[in-house]
Design a protein around this ligand. Structure first.
Ligand code: PMP
Length: 305
């Protein structure tokens, strides 16, 4: 059975699901998106992801075509109609179709797309052996140019950083902010463990405030671990006891080499391991439950609301 994609109010077969070439998401990267994950019928932290999406849209002055409650239902229905319990969900809101100029006033209504697909798990080796990273020469955009809290359709500096990682044959690239402090990675947030405590770059440094990042902070604090949102440099990364990355796709993954410096003993550390275990338990239980949705609204099988 073909995947059904939600496009502007309708569920459409994947091979027929299209958006206009005049869409400013395509022409200018004008829009915002979310990457969300469902574990065993529980859409992890759906409200947090939607809050971030709606905040991004507000800053970009994109009028969301549906309310946040309607959006929750659309995301749930996209999973249900495709019979997914474990899935990766991509939600895209673009400025919509306009003319060839960049003036957003020419775009009459935003485009809303929700895609659910099988989650592509990272290889188990990633988690057993950890990742190697480099520091990219490309920096995060300064917050007075564009705030990294907006998860926008413009990912080009992250993509350039990822190309640097690919060229170096490593798994991720650390991105510094304009002042040379560590901000995050091309598609993940970064954490250090030093003397039993956890450090992560503060959100004002120009990073995307990851939902996994915020969840790991909660999980670590619930384990009695001190977490500080602060400022640090690559020197602190090289000399940490453990380093790990977080993101919806990667969950929690250890970094064992950074710019050819071995981190700790060169293996994923015990704190990373127990945080990963506790995070996965948390992710499987905290969120929007498809069973409750079906009990409340019934099981949608055809056209969208
Ligand atoms: N930073 C960037 C630049 C990202 O694109 C992402 C999402 N892949 C993250 C951090 C992690 O965010 P989240 O935990 O919400 O997936």
């Amino acid at each position: 059975m073909s995947l059904k994609i939600y496009v502007n109010g309708e569920f459409i077969d994947k091979d027929k699901a299209v958006v206009s070439v005049s869409d400013h998401g395509f022409l200018y990267g004008d829009g915002t998106f979310e990457g969300i994950r469902a574990y065993k019928g529980c859409i992890f932290a759906l409200r947090e992801h939607l809050d971030r999406l709606y905040e991004s849209a507000k800053t970009l002055m994109i009028d969301m075509p549906v309310t946040i409650e309607e959006m929750e239902k659309i995301v749930a229905e996209t999973l249900i109609i495709n019979n997914f319990e474990d899935a990766y969900i991509r939600l895209v809101v673009s400025r919509g179709a306009g003319d060839l100029g960049l003036d957003p006033r020419k775009c009459s209504r935003p485009t809303l797309v929700v895609i659910a697909d099988k989650i592509k798990l990272y290889p188990e080796e990633f988690y057993q052996k950890g990742l190697e990273v480099i520091t990219a020469s490309v920096r995060r955009t300064p917050v007075d140019s564009f705030n990294g809290k907006v998860k926008s359709l413009n990912y080009l500096n992250n993509i350039l950083a990822r190309i640097e990682a690919n060229n170096a044959g490593v798994g991720e690239a650390i991105m510094l902010n304009h002042d040379g402090y560590v901000a995050e990675c091309s598609a993940d947030n970064i954490f250090l463990v030093k003397n039993g405590e956890i450090l992560t770059p503060a959100a004002h440094l120009g990073l995307l405030k990851g939902i996994t990042r915020d969840s790991i902070i909660k999980v670590a604090r619930s384990m009695g671990i001190t977490v500080t949102e602060t400022i640090f440099t690559t020197h602190d990364v090289y000399n940490a006891d453990e380093v790990f990355l977080t993101g919806t796709g990667a969950e929690v993954v250890a970094v064992v080499r950074a710019d050819k410096r071995i981190i700790g003993n060169g293996l994923p550390g015990p704190m990373t391991f127990s945080l990963r275990e506790n995070y996965i338990k948390y992710a499987c239980s905290y969120g929007y439950k498809l069973s409750e949705h079906i009990a409340k609204y019934g099981k949608k099988t055809q056209s969208a609301s």
